[in-house]
Design a binder for this molecule. Structure first.
Ligand code: PMP
Length: 353
């Protein structure tokens, strides 16, 4: 018997034009669902996309015991569909599960569910340049109970959303606001996993940054408010004196899959690459001396986001000559080229359906 039965939607939605796509507003016709109860994950299935009915006392609504992932599938130049590094995201979900006292998911079953759902929804994968299908797996705690303890029941779901080009007119560098007023996470906390509370914790600083005319926040470490951590939904890299530098993973920042891909590619290209503590003072000093060549963010959404300015209290830090840096451009061209099947997949990153 098929271990992931499919119940098809009675009517299919009208698909949007690629030009109408933005981020995370449109969802496909079907979703994957699986329930945890009686000590095991049960009843994996694909169903029509539909609202959930939850008891108002459902634990996740009160105490935030939940985790998620963000993966992308692409329409490749051949017309086939490719998923970027699915197994890396799947194992990160399980690392998050462990930290949030959520029972681990069978990674083979998760992979099978992902492939089956995307195959069923393949007509939803947009084909225009730089569009993609965003994949959102998540798990929520579902006991109807108001005491604080790990839930005994959970729901695992995968939903899909076609998304538009991140850079319709080419790279658009972002301006980032450095906060030392708020912190996002501390070592020993939840910063290294994908759990909703981290994003709730980030909202206030993001609102303040927006008011000041900046699109994102760069977080400093929670103890000294000195060492650089990461951006809202991106890891951050600096190029100083031809050294590619990103903060090491020490428990308070997310180990991004794009970060890891960038480290792998730049090391392979023979660049000098360091994962090490880097303070905001070091970045500021490098900009004063003229050795700060590039700053860029890395994440699944935009792949590479060149940074044109950091605002740190009354100081403004501007890398390079104000144009997109060479390494930023090369990384974007390389990774997105591999994703869309325009360049050889040297490191076996893409699973083609
Ligand atoms: N940091 C945070 C806090 C994020 O939410 C993300 C997006 N997942 C990243 C970094 C980048 O990670 P990835 O490259 O895996 O998307």
């Amino acid at each position: 018997m098929d271990r992931i039965p499919v119940k098809k939607a009675e009517s299919l939605k009208k698909k949007p034009l690629d030009s109408e796509l933005s981020f995370g507003t449109i969802f496909t016709d079907h979703m994957f669902v699986m329930d945890y109860n009686n000590g095991g994950w049960q009843n994996p299935r694909i169903e029509p996309y539909q609202p959930l009915a939850l008891d108002p006392s459902t634990m996740v609504l009160h105490y935030g015991q939940a985790i998620f992932e963000g993966i992308k599938a692409y329409r490749r130049s051949s017309g086939k569909i490719g998923i970027f590094r699915p197994k890396a995201y799947i194992s990160r979900l399980n690392r998050s599960a462990e930290r949030l006292c959520i029972p681990l998911v069978d990674e083979e079953l998760f992979y099978e569910a992902l492939i089956k759902l995307i195959n069923l929804e393949k007509d939803w994968v947009p084909g225009s340049k730089e569009t993609s299908l965003y994949i959102r797996p998540f798990i929520i705690a579902t006991d109807p109970y108001l005491g604080v303890r790990p839930s005994n029941t959970h729901k695992f779901m995968i939903i899909l959303s076609p998304v538009g080009a991140y850079y319709p007119e080419g790279f658009k560098p972002v301006k980032i606001y450095v906060t030392d007023k708020y912190v996002r996470a501390v070592r020993g906390g939840l910063g290294h996993v994908k759990t909703p509370g981290n994003y709730a914790a980030s909202l206030m600083a993001a609102e303040e940054a927006k008011k000041a005319g900046y699109t994102q926040v760069l977080w400093l470490d929670g103890c000294e408010r000195k060492y650089i951590e990461e951006v809202g939904t991106m890891n951050i890299f600096f190029v100083i004196n031809d050294e590619v530098i990103t903060p090491a993973l020490e428990g308070s920042i997310l180990g991004g899959i794009t970060r890891e891909s960038v480290l792998h590619a730049t090391r392979n290209w023979g660049l000098k690459v360091s994962e090490r503590p880097i303070s905001i003072d070091e970045v500021y000093e490098a900009s004063r001396k003229g050795t700060l060549q590039e700053i860029f963010g890395t994440g699944t959404a935009a792949v590479i986001s060149p940074v044109s300015e950091l605002k740190w209290n009354d100081k403004i830090i501007i890398p390079g000559d104000g144009r997109v840096g060479k390494i930023s451009q090369r990384l974007y061209d390389y990774i997105s080229g591999v994703q869309y099947g325009l360049l050889p997949d040297d490191f076996g990153w893409v699973t083609e359906l």
